[in-house]
Design a protein around this ligand. Structure first.
Ligand code: HMG
Ligand code: MG
Length: 304
């Protein structure tokens, strides 16, 4: 399979990656990381989350991070918002694009946000109204689409119903989260196919893969085959969710770009500059990025 055309890579490292870091990454490093990712040509950089600092202390400086980031024209900087309070904080910081999040399973959603799926939609209603009034772009995430750390196997019909509901509520894009990295390509084809049958256009669907079991790139290829053209990833393979035990990092942006560019897709991003952004963070955390392509680039530069 050879590809052509444009694929949008949504960089989630500064949010999904940093929310799971053990230590607090200094504000200045976060700002430099976001700016380096935008300078690398990534079109969308999810910058931070306006969630409760008690739930996610790692991102307690979200307002300062968002305000300090030098915004590059043409780059989108969405932020995660759980409720009206989060939206008010995001707007005050200058955000113009938000991401709401719920899940396909109640147990995970309760642990993550202290709300059932139903309750999360009640929280979203006023957020969506205000977002519309403010002309914000809204994305909706569904977590645990392919498996749940608490409930195990997830009925695809249930995951699809939640995604359809987000779309019908006004989310311009719905990102399907493999929160704990259990999905295999047949599941991706099944869920994307069901969503299309339910009336969600494929250009409104994104895939958000964590790479716990090494299946993330295979799932991306299946997504491409199904017509999906938006994929989430994190520089260096950072990430996870503190409320999803056992979840490893997101699919690494370097690995995703290597695959997409090699297959003939355009992303606008420069792989070696993304690797440079990953290095900014690695110098602070003291850990090498999990990305395979990062390791290969590093190996070849050390040899050559
Ligand atoms: P709650 O305790 O039910 O909320 O938490 P509450 O409304 O009762 O408020 C409790 C306290 O939090 C109050 O403070 C509020 O003011 C404060 P107190 O009066 O006790 O001092 N508060 C806030 N503070 C700042 N910003 C806010 C905010 N809201 C309330 N927005 C809540 C509910 C949703 C707020 C909480 O559970 C929370 O913030 N959860 C976020 C968890 C999270 O960020 N998880 C990771 C992101 S999701 C993810 O990673 C999955 C994804 O990547 C896709 C995938 O991989 O599957 C997207
Ligand atoms: Mg995630």
């Amino acid at each position: 399979m050879t590809g052509s055309g444009r694929v949008t890579v949504v960089e989630v490292g500064p949010r999904d990656g940093l929310q799971n870091e053990r230590g607090f990454v200094p504000t200045g490093v976060k700002v430099a990381f976001v700016e380096a990712l935008a300078d690398a040509g990534l079109p969308v950089v999810e910058t931070t989350a306006f969630v409760s600092p008690r739930a996610i202390p790692q991102l307690a400086d979200s307002a300062e991070v968002f305000s300090r980031v030098r915004k590059k024209p043409g780059v989108r900087y969405p932020v995660l918002v759980p409720n009206e309070r989060g939206l008010a904080r995001a707007l005050a910081a200058g955000a113009r694009e938000i991401s709401l999040f719920t899940a396909a399973t109640d147990t995970f959603n309760l642990r993550n946000t202290n709300a059932t799926i139903e309750e999360s939609f009640a929280r979203f209603a006023p957020v969506l109204l205000r977002a519309k009034a403010e002309s914000l772009r809204v994305r909706g995430y569904v977590s645990t689409v392919f498996g749940c750390p608490y409930e195990g196997r997830v009925d695809p019909a249930k995951a699809v119903a939640v995604a359809v509901r987000l779309y019908e509520a006004g989310c311009e894009e719905v990102s399907l989260g493999d929160t704990i990295g259990v999905a295999v390509p047949t599941q991706v084809a099944d869920v994307v196919g069901r969503l299309r049958e339910a009336g969600v256009p494929v250009d409104r669907i994104a895939l958000h893969m964590h790479d716990t079991r090494g299946t993330a790139l295979a799932n991306v290829v299946e997504g491409l085959r199904e017509g999906v053209r938006v994929f989430d990833s994190s520089a260096g393979g950072l990430g996870g969710c503190p409320y999803a035990p056992g979840a490893a990092g997101n699919l690494a942006t370097e690995d995703l770009l290597y695959l997409l560019h090699g297959m003939g897709y355009e992303t606008g991003a420069d792989l070696s500059r993304v690797a440079r952004a990953s290095r900014i963070l690695a110098e602070t955390t003291g850990r090498l990025p999990a990305s395979r392509v990062f390791a290969a680039l590093r190996g070849s530069s050390e040899r050559g």
